[in-house]
Design a protein. Sequence first.
Length: 258
Amino acid sequence: MSGSLVVVGLGPGNPDQMTQEALAAVTAAEDFFGYFPYIDRLNLRPDQRRHASDNREELARARAALETAAGGGKVCVVSGGDPGVFAMAAAVCEAIDVGPAEWRDIDFSVVPGVTAMLAVAARAGAPLGHDFCAISLSNNLKPWKVIEKRLVAAATAGFVMAFYNPVSKARPHQLGDAFALLRRHLPGEVPVIFGRAAGRPDEAIRIVPLEAAESGMADMATCVIVGTAETRIVERQGKRPIVYSPRYFKDGFGGAGA
């Protein structure tokens, strides 16, 4: 007997930014697996069961959810933001890949959500208007040397960068180290957007030049977006400035290229 498992993105925290598809998936499910704060966002019915766990238990959570689904359950694994961006969809896929054969027979699907990068970008304007990438600054699952290599590659290639997991109690220095590294490859006036809790009541958006960006301006609820030399700031009297990356790219001959 095999059931179903859907991985659902709840968005950045504002209920209005949760999709109708996600709401329908939550309504249809019976057992819910996820990080405590994400489960707490849901208004579950008495017949729907909670299986909340800590933040660093992704694989154990995925395996427990798959075992329940393999037994015939209608399972929902919840993630903040989009489940495919540094979140639970990859953990569930990894568990299926190395798990028992019956897990591959489960009706598996992923419902996308608005991720923090998109929520912060929308608050600032359009900093992702041209080529961009997302990088997790956590070295829990990859060496810091790999992160440094990717930062330099993205900066020298002209990508706008969105940083997930920028700081933690165990890693208070790494965002500062990233900024110091980027200052060797990018102009000091490149805008840096610190977007904390975008879309929620405690939202805080701060825009500073790279030369003034500091690690203490972020916490784990912050998504950081670093622009490029092409990224522009439109100042507005009495209002938050607009940050955008032009759709075109100026080549070395003064023209515009695709």
